[in-house]
Unconditional design. Structure first.
Length: 180
């Protein structure tokens, strides 16, 4: 028996298991190698579920102080460069629908706003896995997104270089383009 809950984002029961439709997956990236495993997971989930993959990057707005406390945003062509870089992050599989969004502002707030605006069913993002004093001083975008997002959030912790050197976990081959 299939029980369908009419609300589009609510889970439904199929063959005794709870399943929810995934139509849109949001993947925020900071272009670091630590984001790569999260991209690979988001890509695979989008491929397997037929969902659209929305890849975004959030950067702080360039603010330059001018005389007497006036702040001016000076265009430098940086936006075009960032757009080109963002569009290079895409899966090789042509069956995965992809959209790119370049945002400016506080990363956690902008990611949550974009998730709401695109009706994302899932957010998949990488985490640096900092702890202790480093986390206290630098904060955690992933943690803030998990607290504020209305949809499920999957965080993927990348292997540290020491773990990679010892071969703690074998990395899966990538099926997408990733440029630095």
């Amino acid at each position: 028996m299939v029980v369908w809950n009419r609300a589009a984002s609510d889970p439904f029961r199929y063959r005794g298991a709870f399943v929810f439709p995934i139509r849109t997956i949001l993947h925020p990236t900071d272009y670091t190698d630590l984001s790569r495993p999260a991209f690979d997971l988001a890509r695979a989930l989008a491929r397997d579920s037929g969902a659209e993959l929305v890849i975004c990057h959030v950067s702080p707005p360039p603010i330059i102080a001018a005389g007497e406390g006036v702040f001016v945003d000076v265009p430098t062509g940086e936006t075009e460069q960032m757009t080109v870089r963002l569009e290079q992050v895409k899966p090789n599989d042509p069956s995965v629908r992809v959209a790119h969004r370049l945002l400016r502002g506080d990363p956690a707030s902008e990611i949550v706003k974009l998730a709401d605006g695109t009706a994302a069913d899932l957010i998949v993002l990488g985490t640096h896995g900092r702890g202790g004093l480093a986390r206290l001083l630098m904060g955690s975008v992933a943690e803030a997104v998990m607290r504020k997002a209305r949809c499920p959030v999957v965080t993927v912790k990348a292997l540290r270089s020491a773990d990679r050197a010892t071969g703690a976990v074998a990395a899966a081959p990538s099926a997408g383009r990733w440029t630095d």
